[in-house]
Design a protein around this ligand. Structure first.
Ligand code: NAD
Length: 458
């Protein structure tokens, strides 16, 4: 269902009228294309006080942008606030960004680098937590399709201090058109990087896995995507194939025709299979004899009713598809070693699992369950299997699922976020692809909202 309002505000009379009426002004978002893979302009690198980490400049240079300490019209600004450890130090954050924030180009990016709030030093914890409120507020006021995020770099307990080296893939994602619909997010990197598949299998790697072809980082890896016949799943399959993965696209046998069309288009293998089948894990393992480098749990259903009107079967089917089958297949595929060392598991939550939603007690419970799963399993899967476990939590994404939502609720869903528009399936797919990268070893147990900073559950 096309977003006619976005089209209207893109015309001169439409813009005039909607501005006069004080209505939202969604800016068209630029997504990644082969021709325009980078933001259009330099990256301004600023520091608030003294940095507490090394390697920031090196990590920023891998973004593909020209890094500078002075720019009239930056496409991106990275503020290193890792050294801010007191309330007074927050003044340095204001002093660094206040003079330049207005000069950010439309569709620009601001990334603030922080560290993890300390359990032992409440002054440092207060100052670092303050950055979260700062980033979320700036995301809401910046406008013109720009985004703002906070990336926390862990303080290493090694001589020489913490390094931003492991943040490379995360910064590349956030500082590119791939993160167009991600804003107001806090990403906490881990220092306990799991093994790569080329490692010794000792269970503790030392950093990100280097990739051989930056344009196709998933070359040589097999990725399985559930619910891949259409919507977000088809977009995920497409982006992972673009990034070089051999893709297995799974969907229910009833969607076989659509699944085969999608798979053919992508050069993928179609696997018609109901993910709730008792032998689903065995059939997936049989379809991937060399193992899986990436497993994306995307299949999901809604069976909405208020709790008082919800029969047990509607409750059970949503929990079964959205949560129980994810838990079961994950456990079985990890245990069988089908997910190879250096592997990536990405599950699909929802902002409904964070904020809750009328008529969706079953759906929201299942999606909140996914968040519990990734936070608990992430560290253990890394230690035991060398595998990361993360989740995307989409907001309002333009798919068949949301096209079926009644008009007024649909319009509210589209506008009630900092970017005043719905996201596209590719926005979720790009986030999945970032989690899936071999170099994203330090990204684990995270839930990334792809919601344009939705006001729900903010
Ligand atoms: P969709 O309904 O368009 O696609 C879901 C796909 O999953 C379908 O192809 C369906 O056949 C498949 N599927 C359902 N049950 C299955 C099963 N038992 N086994 C195998 N495949 C099965 O939905 P979508 O909008 O593309 O959503 C994809 C995921 O994103 C879902 O988990 C959904 O809950 C989540 N999500 C979507 C939105 C949104 O705005 N569209 C927002 C938040 C979360």
């Amino acid at each position: 269902m096309a977003d006619r309002y976005l089209h209207l505000t893109g015309t001169a009379p439409g813009r005039f009228l909607t501005r006069r009426l004080g209505l939202p002004q969604p800016a068209p978002l630029r997504r990644w294309t082969l021709e325009t893979p980078h933001l259009d302009g330099p990256l301004l690198h600023l520091t608030a006080g003294a940095s507490a980490v090394t390697g920031v400049a090196e990590a920023l240079r891998t973004s593909g942008l020209t890094v500078t300490e002075r720019a009239d019209r930056p496409a991106a600004i990275v503020l290193d606030a890792t050294g801010v450890a007191t309330a007074a130090g927050l003044g340095d954050v204001h002093a660094a960004l206040h003079p330049v924030v207005r000069s950010l180009a439309p569709g620009g990016r601001i990334v603030v680098l922080g560290t993890v709030p300390s359990p032992d030093d409440h002054h440092q914890a207060a100052a670092q937590q303050a950055l979260e409120g700062f980033v979320r507020s700036l995301g809401k006021e910046i406008g013109r399709g720009s985004t703002v995020q906070l990336v926390r770099i862990p303080v290493a307990r090694i001589p020489g201090g913490a390094s931003a080296h492991a943040a490379g893939s995360t910064l590349r994602f956030l500082l590119s058109p791939r993160s167009a619909y991600v804003s107001g997010q806090v990403i906490e990197l881990t220092s306990a990087a799991p093994d790569s598949d080329s490692g010794s299998g000792s269970g503790s790697g030392s950093g990100p896995t280097p990739i051989t072809d930056p344009a196709a980082p998933l070359t040589g890896r097999t990725a399985l995507v559930t619910g891949a016949a259409r919507g977000i799943g088809a977009a995920v399959a497409s982006v992972l194939a673009r990034d070089g993965a051999r893709v297995i696209a799974l969907d229910v046998p009833g969607a076989r025709e659509e699944l085969e069309r999608t798979a053919d288009r992508l050069g993928a293998t179609a696997l018609p299979l109901d993910i709730t089948a008792p032998d689903a894990a065995d059939r997936i393992a049989a379809a991937a004899p060399d193992g899986l480098g990436v497993l994306v749990h995307n299949a999901g259903i809604t069976r909405d009713r208020r709790l008082a009107n919800m029969p047990a079967d509607r409750w059970a089917s949503v929990i079964e598809v959205n949560l129980d089958s994810v838990l079961r297949t994950t456990d079985e595929l990890l245990k069988a070693g089908t997910i190879t060392r250096g592997g990536r598991i990405v599950a699909t939550a929802s902002i409904a699992g964070i904020a809750g939603n009328t008529g969706q007690t079953n759906y929201a419970a299942s999606k909140a369950g996914i968040i519990g799963l990734v936070r608990s399993l992430g560290p253990r899967a890394a230690a035991d299997h060398g595998v990361t476990v993360n989740a995307v939590a989409p907001g309002f994404i333009e798919t068949k699922m949301t096209a079926a939502v009644p008009l007024f609720i649909r319009e509210a869903g589209r506008r009630m976020n900092s970017l005043s528009q719905g996201g596209l399936p590719v926005d979720v797919a790009e986030a999945v692809a970032w989690f899936a990268q071999p170099e994203s070893t330090a990204v684990n147990g995270q839930v990334l909202r792809v919601c344009g900073q939705s006001l729900l559950g903010a």
